[in-house]
Design a protein around this ligand. Structure first.
Ligand SMILES: [Zn+2]
Length: 289
């Protein structure tokens, strides 16, 4: 048999796709579902890495389906009458499609969970046996120590995991219809209380308040000005850094406070406010700085 030219190979491949689409109801359903998922992702403005994962999952299912179709045809050709081995071949090929479909449902959940109402996301996550907010690490007892307050060296244990958990939880309440960028912050004060804050946007975009300042406002309103540690969590490529305005606000009260920055992937980084904001602006009369 003569080797196919490149052009012929492409022609045969496209013919195969056309044939599969015409004869296979499943593939038509998959194609429609894929289009719907991608349209939804575009409408929700899902970031590029999420869309790439969706495309990969869709490709996985389509490829499995095409192989399944090809295998069914080959089995029918070689074994027109019933044969147990033919049944095994077809069933296993169908199982491959099912596996690909299950994987793509899990990928879809992970990509879209932040856009679902929290209760729905948790229910779907439980159904998929995925922990909605699972962060790798597992060192729940790690603590930051040696925090300086009022010029005296103090040893205060900080349960970083607990603080991050509070920040992750409050992040779900963020009001972010414009940016879809949810941030949660949890501020631990010297008295041991934790003040949580989420970001909230406004149609007048400049009126937007960051999570860090929302948490700071809650603490100040409760008379808690001595801050020990801050955790900030967002869905960000790296541990999310506070913006410049928030750094300035934090520096007014706690320039030596450690800020634990984290993302949903579990990456984290700790810096003091002073490290985040060298050359801080201050006026005489302020508390510190
Ligand atoms: Zn900010």
């Amino acid at each position: 048999m003569k080797a196919r030219t490149l052009a012929e190979s492409f022609r045969f491949a496209f013919e195969g796709v056309r044939q599969a689409l015409r004869t296979e109801r499943n593939l038509r359903i998959h194609t429609a579902a894929a289009a719907a998922v991608l349209a939804l992702a575009a409408w929700l403005r899902v970031p590029a890495p999420g869309v790439a994962l969706l495309v990969l999952a869709i490709g996985l299912v389509m490829t499995a389906e095409l192989f399944n179709t090809a295998l069914e045809a080959a089995v029918d050709l070689s074994s027109p009458a019933y044969h147990p081995l033919a049944a095994v071949a077809k069933n296993v090929a169908a199982a491959a499609v099912l596996t690909a479909a299950a994987v793509s449902v899990a990928v879809g959940y992970i990509v879209f969970r932040d856009y679902l109402p929290p209760a729905t996301a948790a229910a779907v996550g439980a159904g998929l046996a995925l922990t909605p907010r699972a962060l790798p690490g597992g060192h729940r007892t790690r603590r930051v120590t040696d925090v300086t307050n009022d010029g005296t060296e103090q040893k205060i244990d900080i349960d970083v995991e607990q603080l991050l958990e509070e920040a992750r939880a409050v992040r779900e309440r963020a009001y972010v219809p414009y940016s879809r960028f949810k941030v949660g912050a949890a501020l631990l004060t010297k008295s041991g209380r934790v003040f949580a804050g989420c970001n909230f946007e406004n149609a007048s975009l400049g009126a937007t308040i960051c999570a860090e300042r929302a948490a700071a406002g809650a603490a100040i309103s409760a008379g808690q000005r001595e801050w020990v540690a801050l955790a900030v969590v967002a869905d960000y490529p790296e541990p999310v850094p506070p913006c410049g305005i928030c750094r300035q606000v934090l520096a007014e009260f706690a320039p030596d406070m450690p800020v634990v920055m984290a993302n949903l992937a579990g990456e984290r980084r700790t810096m003091t406010v002073r490290e985040l904001l060298p050359g801080v602006f201050s006026l005489p009369g302020g508390g510190d700085g």
